[in-house]
Write a protein that binds this ligand. Structure first.
Ligand code: ZN
Length: 136
């Protein structure tokens, strides 16, 4: 068994870092297979280790965190442009709205991947068991 291979006992410390795998969009168990089959569509199974990803339930859970974080960044830049550089409201909106949209679209897959990986490693299902493996 290699260092990155999944541990059959399911001990969380044997899994790759959820931050590394989640932000990279990789399988939370093996760290090799792709987590997404599209922009935000989770793949039904890991192509490398066969982990059933169809029951992941992150949904839109990552979006509120992004709204708070990126909204604060966007408003901060807007205030700097308006007050610090004396830009007009329209110029500020012309720059900050696309900035917020691009940052949001770029970070949604990473945030969703991170949330799924953290759910997997921390067995965040309703029963306290991993929701990914039926026999876990
Ligand atoms: Zn895998």
């Amino acid at each position: 068994m290699s260092a990155d291979a999944p541990d059959p006992s399911g001990h969380p410390s044997r899994y790759p870092s959820p931050y590394r795998t989640g932000l990279a969009g990789r399988c939370p168990r093996c760290g090799q297979g792709r987590l997404f089959a599209g922009f935000l569509k989770v793949a039904p199974r890991c192509e490398r280790c066969g982990l059933d990803l169809s029951r992941e339930d992150a949904g839109d859970g990552a979006v509120p965190f992004l709204i708070l974080l990126i909204g604060a960044i966007g408003v901060g830049f807007g205030m700097i442009f308006l007050l610090g550089f004396d830009w007009s409201v329209w110029a500020t909106l012309f720059v900050t709205v696309p900035l917020i949209a691009i940052l949001t679209l770029a970070s949604i897959p990473k945030a969703k991947g991170l949330l799924i990986a953290l759910q997997f490693v921390n067995k965040a299902g309703d029963t306290g068991h991993n929701t990914f493996d039926a026999d876990d």
